[in-house]
Design a protein around this ligand. Structure first.
Ligand SMILES: NC(=O)c1ccc[n+]([C@@H]2O[C@H](COP(=O)([O-])OP(=O)(O)OC[C@H]3O[C@@H](n4cnc5c(N)ncnc54)[C@H](O)[C@@H]3O)[C@@H](O)[C@H]2O)c1
Length: 253
């Protein structure tokens, strides 16, 4: 099947890495449904993606809201097309030393980064199983593989996403539904800008990160679009349950 008749859901497709993934999949002929907390951002991405001649529909929702996710997935299946690929990219964090945080912050981080992907898998995968085919690409983080100071709960969620991806890959292989995780390293996105803040400290922190990256630069959103497009493609039909770091060689594990 060519991607021209395929549909993708990209969560958090409004900006950053999700935006680059949306534009790439649209360029490859996928119809795309963007699930994003900020529909106004997502509409900008959608307008650009539609220049590729595909259908792009925006759903303003919180991935942590199970009922909203269920309703949106039903709408996508009916109005955009049968979902071939689900990209769980929406993520959020507020960095702080763990011992200085309280449980309301943990709950929010867990709701978005872990519960959100559970909601989308539960809503989308039964359709894929019914059709005996589909792909899920979960955007995790190198933080899950090596840990990150000030991102303990976020890292735990991303580690959970990797373990969940592997377990689901085993459960759904018999249905030809393939799941893989992609781990970005530090990347120039609005999320990174808000984590870094501004001023001299931000420059120092950024320089320190770049020194730890063998390819000597931060990631750009476009660095992830190719691996996602590949994992969604027929060329990746024998790859499942894998975790792939795209981080300029920062962590060679
Ligand atoms: N930027 C990095 O350095 C980096 C590193 C490792 C992993 N990641 C991961 O990559 C993914 C994308 O990150 P980014 O840097 O592009 O982020 P970003 O903040 O720039 O963009 C995230 C997008 O997700 C949307 N979003 C956030 N919470 C949502 C929710 N609850 N429901 C629906 N949409 C929501 C936002 O509105 C936004 O459009 C995330 O999963 C993040 O954890 C990023």
């Amino acid at each position: 099947m060519s991607s021209t008749s395929r549909t993708a859901i990209v969560t958090g497709g409004g900006q950053g890495i999700g935006r680059a993934i949306t534009l790439r999949l649209a360029n490859e002929g996928y119809n795309v449904a963007i699930f994003d907390l900020k529909p106004e951002l997502a509409e900008d991405t959608a307008a650009e993606a539609r220049a590729s001649g595909v259908t792009v529909k925006v759903y303003g929702l919180d991935v942590a809201d199970e009922a909203a996710v269920n309703a949106a997935v039903a709408d996508v299946e009916e109005k955009v097309g049968p979902v071939w690929v689900l990209v769980n990219n929406a993520g959020w964090d507020k960095p702080a030393m763990f011992l200085q945080t309280e449980s309301d912050l943990w709950d929010k981080i867990i709701a978005i980064n872990l519960r959100g992907p559970l909601n989308t898998h539960k809503a989308v995968c039964p359709h894929m199983v019914g059709r005996k085919g589909g792909r899920v690409i979960n955007i995790a983080s190198d933080a899950a593989r090596v840990g990150t100071s000030t991102e303990a709960v976020y890292s735990a969620c991303k580690g959970g996403v990797i373990a969940f991806t592997k377990s689901m890959a085993r459960e759904l292989a018999r249905s030809n539904v393939l799941l893989n995780a992609v781990c970005p390293g530090p990347t120039n996105t609005p999320m990174m800008a808000s984590v870094l803040g501004t001023g001299e400290d931000a420059v120092k922190w950024k320089d320190a990160m770049v020194r730890g990256i063998p390819l000597r630069r931060m990631g750009e959103p476009e660095d992830y679009a190719g691996i996602v497009a590949f994992l969604a493609s027929d060329d990746a039909g024998f790859i499942t349950g894998q975790t792939i770091s795209v981080s300029g060689g920062m962590n060679m594990i």
